[in-house]
Design a protein around this ligand. Structure first.
Ligand code: NAD
Length: 267
């Protein structure tokens, strides 16, 4: 994506050490933003942040477990202190624990709720506090929550995960409503990515085989491609470009939406 649409903007990307988050961080930096990575993976997160810095972007890393309110407070403050502002939050950190409904474990469901729902809600809380008028950054901004195509379709073996991503979708709408009505100057949107062969995506493909829902990983991936009109898996860059759009002024009148970036899989 060409141009410097995000020149002067300051972003925090959760789960930015690898996968979709790392790609979004790179795309934001390419578009001119300064970028902070927040993750539980310290070494990898620092490496990813340093690689952003090589292309001239201001970047940094902050240790952040998104389930922890106190760590969020520190991460928001560190973003303002390191980058000089906080205008964009990418709520990307998430986990998926595969299970058929007949086998679900309470602790797995609770863990997914904690990271995917609580983590996203706490992120919006601290972004709103920092970005709204009178906040530590105070200039408004954009929040982008990473939901999933799983919030829009019924795919076997991911009931719990799909439920958490549907919650992310619904929280996005309520938060966008509050931020608009209360004059925070913050737009809130979410993206529904299709299946991507990141660590998480490949683990899911393996789980589908293990559960006997596909004979092998190729067949598992093939069945996803089969139900995708554009005929391929998603790529991290597909999601990153959509995130840059939603963060930018090009999306200035867009709030409270869920944008499918799934090749049509969820239509
Ligand atoms: N890969 C896919 O097919 C796919 C499809 C749709 C949506 N998504 C969503 O996209 C997001 C990124 O997925 P990915 O494929 O890059 O996954 P990934 O597992 O490759 O990366 C997830 C990142 O989040 C971090 N993380 C996990 N728990 C955390 C916590 N408690 N606090 C802070 N960071 C934490 C991890 O350390 C890692 O860096 C997730 O929200 C996922 O649900 C993924």
């Amino acid at each position: 994506m060409s141009g410097k649409r995000l020149e002067g903007r300051c972003a925090l990307v959760t789960g930015g050490a690898r996968g979709i988050g790392a790609s979004i961080a790179e795309a934001l930096a390419q578009a001119g933003a300064s970028v902070m990575i927040g993750d539980i993976l310290g070494d990898l997160g620092k490496q990813t942040a340093a690689s952003l810095g090589k292309s001239g972007a201001k970047s940094g890393f902050v240790a952040l477990d998104v389930t922890d309110d106190a760590q969020w407070e520190k991460a928001a403050a560190a973003t303002v202190a390191t980058l000089g502002g906080f205008d964009i939050l990418i709520n990307n950190a998430g986990i998926e624990i595969t299970s058929l409904v007949v086998d679900v474990k309470a602790e797995d469901l609770r863990r997914m709720c904690d990271v995917n729902i609580v983590g996203t809600a706490l992120g919006m809380k601290h972004a709103f506090r920092a970005m709204r008028p009178g906040g530590a950054a105070g200039k408004g901004g954009a929040v982008i929550n990473i939901a999933s195509v799983a919030a829009t379709i019924a795919f076997p073996s991911i009931a719990g995960y799909s439920g958490t991503k549907s919650a992310v979708d619904r929280m996005t709408r309520v938060a966008a409503m509050e931020a608009g009505k209360l004059g925070y100057g913050v737009r809130v949107n979410c993206i529904y990515p299709g299946l991507i062969p990141t660590d998480m995506g490949m683990q899911l493909a393996g789980d589908i085989v293990r559960l006997g829902l596909a004979p092998d990983a190729n067949a598992a991936v093939g069945s996803v491609i089969e139900r995708t009109p554009l005929g391929r898996l998603a790529e991290v860059g597909d999601i990153a470009d959509a995130a840059v759009f939603l963060a930018s002024n090009d999306a200035r009148f867009v709030t409270g939406i869920g944008l499918p970036v799934d090749g049509g899989m969820g239509m």
